[in-house]
Design a protein around this ligand. Structure first.
Ligand code: G3H
Length: 526
């Protein structure tokens, strides 16, 4: 019996048998990899087969490199030299087509990564909005650069230009939004892209392939399938990648960088691991802190780089905090992503429950207890969130980024304790600070802003809104992403300068009047 409501059923298998290279959806006849969902469609649990994707290798990887390299053509290609307004038109064409794929992509987000219906819709809509905002921001950047400045007898028009070929790799937890937060600014700034979808959340790219193909000139966007080792490695080894844009873990980022023969030429735009702490001060509003810590640690089962991954609670309030926090965790509903009122959903990685169990076993063997009744309960594709207390530095869960449903709680007496731990940590993305007394909070904020890149006062950590800078210190990031900053991360300042004399000025004026140059141009795009 099929237990899935009709509108969310997968009517037929999605056999992805094409890949996008050099402006063509090429047929794939080689080896394939099945794509399973950990969600069961039958009463007796079994993973659901969703379809299959190509298992590509070096040949296809190098084909994509060649296509992107030709599209850039050392900066002489059609795309990097195109008028800003024309690149924007291509992007608008893409997003218009993309909007028609919403229900299909949302359905696949639920099946492939288990994201709730509401959050899947949010991911799609946020991505569309991100594209429109990026277009507006690019127009503004263009308008601000559309003039000459005269300094020390030199006239200059300073703009931003593309860097070259981008290898774009996104994470499975936001396979659409985070990937596109790299892909879209990279493209719009004039760079050709090679994109390989994440390990989960692959089939949801299929409905977008035709939109990509028909919106951009050939070779500007190339989409490959397969494993990182087989596909991304040859791309990097070719030495033709100018930007590695990756949201994922530092191990893969380092391995890929190391394969580039000319590392000095490689720009990095990376969003990596984090272990964001919450610090709950004695005067914190406990209702608010608990509500924010629940959302912060467990939305999308804790599979967010911005998730709260360790809670520091002042010893004077820990008993009360734990009691109320644990009972709120147990009240969370587990179910399939389309079910009403669910906040906990199947884990897309089938090995994740065992990994989380390993963290629990390690912590409990070293003195922690699971303080919520349902903590650690297993089902076929899930492990119920365990709240672990008290945590110490001997435990794996103190150090490892769990990226899943387990919440470690640690106490402190003196605020210097969490500060020292954060200073020692390899991560430095964000922190949540709960408290009220400004005499305590003021000096703390002044320190915390230097330990991480965003201090969330009385609220959980998050990336959005996308106009704010998203970055991190130490091993958590390289470069900054936001609508504004990403345009800068994927481009370089470049300009035309000439001595201020009649001879040169006449030429510049003629260039401006003729509109022959796409660079020396003062057109405003409204
Ligand atoms: O996985 C990390 C994401 O950047 C988190 O974004 O805070 O919007 O969930 P979010």
């Amino acid at each position: 019996m099929n237990l899935i409501p009709e509108e969310f059923q997968i009517s037929s298998l999605i056999i992805q048998d094409t890949y996008l290279v050099n402006g063509e959806l090429k047929k794939w006849t080689g080896q394939t990899t099945p794509v399973f969902s950990t969600i069961s469609s039958t009463e007796k649990y079994e993973p659901t087969l969703l379809g299959s994707i190509p298992f590509m290798g070096e040949t296809e990887a190098l084909e994509a490199v060649e296509a992107a390299d030709v599209a850039f053509n050392n900066g002489q290609g059609l795309w990097p030299t195109m008028k800003v307004v024309d690149r924007i038109k291509c992007m608008e064409k893409f997003v218009t087509q993309m909007k028609n794929t919403r229900s299909e992509v949302v359905k696949l987000l639920m099946w492939e990564i288990g994201k709730t219906l509401g959050d899947s819709e949010k991911e799609f809509d946020r991505t569309v909005e991100y594209i429109y905002d990026t277009i507006e921001s690019y127009k503004e950047l263009n308008a601000r650069s559309a003039h000459f400045s005269k300094v020390q007898g030199i006239n200059a028009m300073v703009r931003r230009g593309p860097l070259g070929v981008v290898l774009c790799l996104g994470p499975y937890n936001y396979p659409l939004n985070e990937t596109f937060s790299l892909l879209i600014p990279a493209l719009i700034m004039g760079n050709p892209v090679i994109f390989k979808p994440a390990k989960h959340g692959v089939l949801l790219i299929s409905p977008l392939l035709e939109a990509f193909r028909s919106s951009f000139p050939k070779g500007v966007i190339n989409i490959l399938y397969g494993r990182g080792r087989e596909v991304a490695s040859p791309v990097m080894k070719s030495g033709k990648v100018d930007i590695l844009a990756l949201i994922g873990n530092s191990k893969s980022a380092i391995a890929l960088q190391d394969q580039h023969p000319n590392k000095n030429r490689l720009r990095l735009v990376l969003g990596l691991e984090a272990k964001n702490p919450a610090i709950i001060l004695p005067d914190a509003d406990l209702d608010l802190a608990i509500q924010e810590c629940i959302a912060g640690s467990l939305s999308f089962n804790g599979q967010r780089c911005t998730a709260l991954k360790i809670l520091y609670v002042h010893e004077s309030i820990v008993e009360e905090f734990n009691k109320r926090f644990a009972s709120k965790v147990d009240a969370l509903n587990f179910g399939n992503p389309w079910e009403k009122g669910v906040s906990l959903t199947p884990l897309p990685e089938k090995e994740k429950p065992a990994y989380i169990q390993g963290l629990i076993d390690d912590a409990t063997s070293k003195g922690a207890k699971v303080i919520n009744a349902k903590g650690g309960q297993h089902s076929a594709n899930y492990i119920f969130p365990a709240v672990l207390f008290p945590i110490n530095k001997e435990m794996r869960v103190y150090h490892e980024e769990q990226f899943g449903p387990v919440v470690p709680v640690i106490t402190f007496k003196d605020i210097q304790e969490p500060l020292n731990d954060m200073a020692e940590s390899n991560y430095g993305q964000q922190v949540s600070l709960f408290g009220k007394d400004i005499k305590t909070i003021a000096p703390l904020i002044d320190t915390l802003v230097n330990l991480v890149s965003r201090v969330n006062l009385n609220s959980s950590c998050q990336r959005g809104p996308d106009v704010f800078p998203f970055t991190g210190r130490k091993d958590s990031a390289v470069g900054t992403l936001s609508i504004h900053d990403a345009l800068r991360s994927f481009s370089i300042r470049t300009f035309v300068a000439s001595k201020d004399n009649d001879y040169n000025n006449e030429i510049l004026q003629a260039l401006l009047n003729s509109k022959e140059s796409n660079f020396i141009n003062t057109d405003y795009i409204l």
